[in-house]
Design a protein around this ligand. Sequence first.
Ligand code: PGA
Length: 258
Amino acid sequence: MKSKLVIGNWKMNKSFEEAEDLISDIQDKLESWSLQTAVVICPPFPYLELATDHADESDFEVGAQNCSEFENGAFTGEVSASMLAELDVNFCIVGHSERRKYFHESNDTIAKKIDQLMKQNLIPVFCCGELLEERKSGNHLEIVEKQITESLFHLSKEHFEQVVIAYEPVWAIGTGETATPEQAQEMHYFIRSLIEKKFGTETAYNCYILYGGSCNAKNALELLSQPDVDGGLIGGASLKSDEFISIIEAAETVLKED
Ligand code: PGA
């Protein structure tokens, strides 16, 4: 069985000092462990270097939460993929529903960001997921298919194989309402079938498909036990080291049981 992947998305939280404490705490807890699960933390831009300095001596990797769709130039406020690569960041979240909602990112913009990440050999963590009304009207599979097709299926097979997908139903993000394990499994299986049709069985099997949306220490074991759930993208619960570590523990338990 392939290993699990647990990614912490801090969003726009923590002071510098708090970030330092949280990173050190995670580092200490991971140190005493020989982990099978891959762990990534995605702090805000100003703390990336702090995180990569710690990651050098530890068992986790670092990701950014966003990057520019442009390569470089007069784009005030933007951060390019090459700047992230220079900081030794390995992952970058793209297409998060908060960016789609508040910054009007389209599937096309997200595709361009993914292309920039590919040029720098960074791993995109591509987020997709339906709104509550889309689920209620039974369109959730179609919506996710469109997001994946428009943002990822222009890639070559070789490039696609670098992508991590995170299914995050928008109605479950930060709401305390989690998708049931059955709902998550249904969508993850569907996503894997889309990949299989486009790129073949091996690529589909190897692709990491994470679940995100109010995943926490209590529900992680059940969610991560689903056959097509390869890990989690964790928001709120990644801001407390104990809670985050419990989720990693759940991933380890699933790996041991298999
Ligand atoms: P949440 O956020 O775990 O706080 O619901 C997940 C995410 O937005 O990535």
